[in-house]
Write a protein that binds this ligand. Structure first.
Ligand code: IMP
Length: 454
């Protein structure tokens, strides 16, 4: 298509039929299953933020596959899976994931990785650990202040890789892995800087060997070369031809670098706001945004969580929900649903609909609580504080709702849910301001109630 005005119109039309799926909490909302479900109607599935810190578990024909970088939808034959320039890519992790998919008999040939995506290098993973260790050693027992606490990162080098991107000259990008001259210049510069600033802090201290780093990076580049390209044009071309995309957000709204509870956040734009910069596709007219939220609250890593339940109820949610991290295996902190933060997430994403997951986990509780305001500084507010120090002082104001005794894992329609479960969903709709169109009552694709399809 040569006429740019016609092309723009065609892209806009396709975007109107495209959608985004993003988490409204602290990650782990069950986005993988929802993406997998909604990807069916789309030609491309696109990651635009984060890196191997994310973890989606999808169940395909009874097989569980854990994906950290590869977009979930790529498992459907004929689907284009794009890792955009907003994602930081650990090539070691990506190769391992491709190998695991192939070993499971799944075909990753529809995967394309942006040549502009920053590379997570081994020294970024080291720096992540060193910084976390330093924060831990500086922690004063009487200080609640956020800046004295480790963030509890996934230690995948995500923050340091994004920082390197901002440093620019020393930042290796995926396309550099097949350009030996440029790669050498960047890695020699980076190794020099890391050897002065980071190597002495390693335990035990050791120097980075630029030659070894270059050799390994070139080997990984050769292996990944069939997947690396300029994804913006590829995606735009597909949209111009009338194909549609599903944009898959990683992490969760409350972990957003700018709009989450700083500094206990990740290093990227985790909401649909990040799609433009993370892909190069303008998303003004994007058709639909589906916000995914669990029926209760979880968090991994440090940072305030107003509705956390450090008691038997929290343990029961963790056990029933199998709340252990996909990426790190860490037990997740569990608590009652926080609607103040969910509304914040929905506003950032401009959600059209909600996918409510893990509702089955709440069966058997006599009563259910939802947080509808924070008590902060002597008054009640429904505004989510962007500063962890404020969030740590927020006391939840709860509304108590009736529980439901029946197990619901086999329920197939919204109307067949126990009345209390329906009411729970309706309270969420009213507070968050978007309809609950999907209810997930178990890990399998079949355990999904669609209200949009009826
Ligand atoms: P980082 O992204 O590894 O730097 O970790 C920063 C914070 O975000 C930590 O609290 C992590 O536990 C959290 N985090 C990052 N990605 C995810 C995710 O996909 N699910 C849940 N928490 C995450």
């Amino acid at each position: 298509m040569n006429d740019p005005a016609q092309e723009r119109t065609a892209v806009r039309r396709s975007l109107e039929r495209s959608c985004a799926v993003a988490g409204l909490q602290w990650g782990d909302e069950g986005k993988g299953k929802i993406v997998d479900l909604l990807a069916e109607g789309h030609d491309a599935v696109v990651r635009y933020n984060g890196g191997a810190n994310a973890g989606h578990t999808v169940v395909v024909e009874g097989r569980r596959v854990a994906l950290h970088l590869v977009p979930c939808g790529v498992l459907r034959p004929g689907t284009l899976g794009v890792i955009g320039p907003g994602v930081v890519v650990d090539p070691e992790a990506l190769v391992a994931e491709i190998d695991a998919l192939q070993a499971a008999g799944l075909d990753p040939s529809g995967l394309r990785v942006s040549s502009a995506a920053p590379v997570v290098m081994p020294y970024h993973i080291d720096e992540d650990q060193v910084r976390e260790g330093l924060l831990a050693s500086r922690r004063a027992p009487d200080v609640l202040s956020a800046d004295a606490e480790p963030i509890g990162t996934t230690r995948r080098g995500i923050g340091p890789a994004y920082a390197e991107k901002a440093h620019r000259a020393s930042a290796v990008r995926m396309g550099d892995l097949t350009r030996p001259g440029l790669l050498r210049k960047k890695i020699e510069l980076a190794a020099d800087i890391k050897n002065r600033a980071l190597a002495p802090m390693l335990d035990p201290p050791r120097a980075y060997d630029a030659e070894a780093l270059i050799e390994r990076a070139l080997a990984l580049g050769e292996r990944l070369a069939p997947y690396v390209c300029e994804t913006r044009s590829l995606l735009r071309g597909a949209l111009a031809e009338g194909r549609t995309a599903l944009f898959e957000g990683a992490n969760g709204a409350l972990l957003d670098i700018d709009h989450g509870g700083h500094p206990f956040v990740t290093s990227s734009s985790t909401t649909a706001l990040g799609i433009g910069p993370g892909t190069g596709i303008p998303t003004r007219g994007l058709g639909r945004v589906v916000g995914v939220m669990k029926a209760y609250q979880t968090r991994v890593g440090a940072g305030p969580m107003p509705t956390e339940l450090a008691d038997a109820t929290g343990d029961r949610i963790r056990e029933r929900g199998q709340e252990f991290g996909t990426t790190t295996g860490r037990p997740r902190r569990c608590g009652w649903l926080d609607l103040v933060s969910a509304r914040h997430g929905a506003e950032l994403n401009d959600c059209d609909a909600i996918a409510l997951t893990m509702l089955d986990v709440l069966a058997g509780f006599d009563e259910l609580r939802v947080c509808v305001a924070y008590r902060l500084g002597g008054r009640e507010t429904t505004r989510f504080p962007l500063d962890a120090a404020d969030l740590s002082r927020a006391e939840p104001v709860y509304e108590t709702l009736p529980g439901f005794a029946e197990e619901i894992a086999g329920v197939g329609s919204f109307d067949d849910l126990p009345r209390a479960a329906r009411e729970y969903a309706e309270v969420i709709e009213r507070f968050v301001g978007a309809p609950v169109e999907i209810v997930s009552v178990g890990p399998d694709r079949a355990q999904t109630i669609r209200r949009d399809a009826t």
